[in-house]
Design a protein around this ligand. Structure first.
Ligand SMILES: Cc1cc2nc3c(=O)[nH]c(=O)nc-3n(C[C@H](O)[C@H](O)[C@H](O)COP(=O)(O)OP(=O)(O)OC[C@H]3O[C@@H](n4cnc5c(N)ncnc54)[C@H](O)[C@@H]3O)c2cc1C
Length: 148
């Protein structure tokens, strides 16, 4: 299963205090092996926005949650779209058969120019989760994937 990438751009991905994450948000072909990884990205980013909202008000406000979910959707939309598209192209090219045209595209364009770029999709920085104790924040840039 895959979701059509443009659906992520034009359709509502949250409503009130409800949203979707993981395969419910971005079902994709298995070719990049990123379905589970991106579900974890969703979780961290959603937690960051909800956490920021909580820290700002020191408690959960239902209206603020709607805003937090909107920020989450905004942040995930393009990333999910890129992963769905990249995964589809990756699979399509590799399983496209051995006719000369496909072989030519695969060997001269895909492996030479696109493969490294697409494999780079798998590197993603989810940002820092907010911490209740600001003194605990991680200063070292190399460490900025660390979850506190
Ligand atoms: C064979 C295979 C290999 C894969 N390999 C990789 C890989 O190498 N790397 C990678 O990143 N991803 C991989 N994936 C993809 C990855 O497994 C999924 O993208 C990921 O599990 C999605 O997580 P999720 O939490 O969104 O959904 P799920 O893991 O499907 O979790 C949804 C949960 O909701 C439950 N549920 C459903 N309906 C209800 C209901 N009505 N009430 C209560 N609970 C409900 C289900 O039982 C399930 O436990 C692979 C998938 C498959 C099938």
């Amino acid at each position: 299963m895959l979701r059509l990438p443009w659906d992520l751009l034009f359709k509502d991905l949250c409503k009130g205090n409800a949203t979707v994450a993981g395969d419910a948000l971005h079902p994709m072909t298995p070719d990049l092996g990123q379905g589970g990884c991106s579900a974890l990205e969703d979780a961290v980013i959603l937690a960051r926005h909800i956490g920021n909202s909580f820290l700002k008000h020191k408690k959960f406000f239902p209206m603020e949650m709607t805003e937090a979910l909107k920020f989450y959707v905004k942040e995930r939309r393009w990333r999910a779209m890129a992963l769905i598209t990249g995964s589809y192209i990756f699979g399509r090219v590799q399983q496209g058969g051995s006719k000369w045209m496909m072989s030519f595209i695969r060997d001269n364009l895909f492996y030479r120019f696109l493969l490294r770029r697409m494999a780079g999709f798998t590197n993603f920085d989810c940002g820092k989760l907010p911490s209740m104790n600001s003194s605990k924040e991680v200063d070292d840039d190399d460490d900025h994937n660390k979850i506190e």
